[in-house]
Design a protein around this ligand. Structure first.
Ligand code: SAH
Ligand code: SF4
Ligand code: F3S
Length: 475
């Protein structure tokens, strides 16, 4: 497709020359050895990273690699990292450590690291000095440079560290190798301007950039035509979509336009920021044909004092106003949230506020996290870091409360017929099929593995806090 931005067009051409160069080398290798080179991708972090890895795999395929699911037989290993909590970083580093010995067996092996963790200068330094077997490193803003870096690494035998590029626009036209043929991610905006005081994302993903709506509409249209049933629009702050686009649309406008596409499919989106969850957006959802009745609305804390120190720019009253409007317009909506426990200075009273909000909001599910100080963020410098044992005790209380609420919510769905998009045999119990309801709840039922990727009608006869168990019923 024609690229409207001349710099981006030149970049795409340049990318293509590296793709072709490496492809020639890979084809030659396959001819000589009778074996094609293989690429393995390991992804940590959120859906944004999953979506990025699908682009990296798309580029790798273009360059003549086969994709493998096992690092042991790979000739290229790429670890796409997350930086949101210390644990995510440590896991990525220890996994890369385990790949070191693979180089002894396969001297041809190239190991790359990319993503949010290595978008931080101190982590790049650490890899330079302590992980000499990592061949090249590139940050989130340099995703499109993958072919160039790989090509240069193979040709010059020199380790490479791609400097972070403050991306102002969005690279289009990168091929995508999707993991599923009926569920798809579509990134609609990148980066974040919010600077919540605990969060590393704005530092590692840069400022907000939105794709032009025509590009998004075209991509979704193609996905629907290709039989995709469940399409999730992605962005760190998906509902502040639209800044800087020529069209001047907001997220509600985009959603309304996508809803006009004909076909049997569901649209989801994440992650929304409560400050941008407008009535206009909720109205569009309520009157839509395709938008799933699901809303992920991260609260983070139920204390107004903590919310202010987190720089969240809403208070509990405003949050509840949005939630009440959402439930009034879409009574069967599934609502989920993120909670951080142990933010610096969080008192027993603040934490009691979070528990009270859980009782009031009655979430279907929560994703809860123990606060993890992130280097370079304001919260990491705040006094009154909460001691570990208090953080853990609060975390346990939070989970216990949510388990009760989640169970009650799910039990209320027992007996109600629901459409479920079947994912095929469950990983833990292959005798049962698993699937997702419109509200994105997990459903287990007896069925046919061939139903994967199709909608079935389901009725639950049992529920726990995390899933529904039941049976297929006739349409
Ligand atoms: N852009 C999204 C997701 C950000 S990361 C949003 O704004 O909601 C996903 C979740 O990780 C956040 O919602 C928050 O609950 C949690 N998180 C972010 N930084 C954290 C930190 N330093 N410690 C613990 N949890 C954190
Ligand atoms: Fe992080 Fe806040 Fe941006 Fe979410 S909105 S990515 S929590 S800074
Ligand atoms: Fe992690 Fe980066 Fe996502 S820090 S949560 S992978 S945006």
């Amino acid at each position: 497709m024609e690229e409207a931005n001349p710099t981006r067009a030149a970049e795409a051409d340049e990318r293509q020359t590296y793709v072709l160069r490496l492809r020639a080398d890979n084809d030659r290798h396959a001819m000589e050895t009778g074996r094609r080179r293989r690429a393995f991708f390991l992804t940590f972090g959120c859906q944004q990273n999953e979506a990025d890895s699908e682009k990296l795999a798309g580029m790798a395929q273009q360059m003549g690699y086969d994709i493998t699911r096992t690092p042991e037989d790979a000739d290229l290993i790429t670890v796409n990292t997350c930086a949101v909590r210390e644990h995510a970083e440590q896991k990525a580093l220890s996994t890369v450590g385990q790949y070191k010995h693979l180089k002894a067996k396969n001297p041809d092996l190239v190991i790359a690291m990319c993503g949010c963790m290595v978008s931080q200068p101190h982590r790049v330094e650490e890899i330079k000095h302590r992980y000499p077997y990592v061949d090249f490193v590139f940050g989130t803003g340099s995703l499109h440079r993958f072919p160039q870096l790989l090509c240069e690494r193979r040709e010059k035998n020199k380790r490479l560290y791609c400097p972070e590029e403050p991306s102002l626009t969005v690279a289009e036209g990168i091929p995508v190798r999707r993991e599923s043929d009926y569920r798809a991610w579509v990134s609609i905006m990148y980066g974040c301007n919010n600077f919540c005081s605990y969060c590393i994302v704005p530092y590692v993903r840069g400022r907000e950039r939105s794709r032009e709506p025509e590009r998004i509409i075209e991509e979704v249209r193609e996905l629907v035509a290709d039989g995709y049933r469940d399409i999730t629009l992605l962005g760190q702050n998906v509902n502040s979509y639209g800044k800087g686009t020529r069209a001047g649309w907001d997220f509600a406008d985009l959603l309304a336009a996508l809803d006009r596409i004909d076909g049997d499919f569901r649209l989801r989106f994440m992650t929304s920021h409560p400050k941008d969850a407008s009535r206009k957006l909720i109205d569009v959802m309520a009157s839509s044909r395709h938008v799933a009745h699901q809303f992920h609305l991260p609260l983070q804390s139920g204390s107004d004092a903590v919310l202010a120190r987190m720089n969240r720019r809403y208070d509990t009253a405003r949050y509840l106003e949005t939630l009440d409007y959402l439930r009034e317009k879409i009574p069967d909506v599934t609502v989920t949230t993120d909670i951080i426990v142990g933010f610096p200075g969080e008192t027993d009273e603040d934490f009691a506020g979070t528990l009270a909000m859980l009782e009031r909001a009655r979430y279907d599910m929560i994703f809860s996290f123990i606060y993890s100080p992130r280097k370079g963020t304001p919260a990491a410098e705040m006094a009154d870091q909460v001691p570990d044992e208090i953080r853990h005790a609060r975390f346990d209380r939070l989970l216990a409360l949510q388990n009760r609420i989640g169970l009650e919510k799910n039990q209320s769905l027992v007996g109600v017929p629901m459409r479920v998009l079947c994912d095929g045999p469950s990983k833990n119990n292959p005798a049962l099929m698993s699937g997702r309801t419109d509200g994105n709840k997990i459903a287990f039922f007896e069925g046919n593995p061939d139903d994967a990727g199709t909608y079935v009608l389901f009725r639950a006869n049992r529920a726990d806090a995390f899933a529904l168990w039941g049976e297929r019923i006739p349409e």
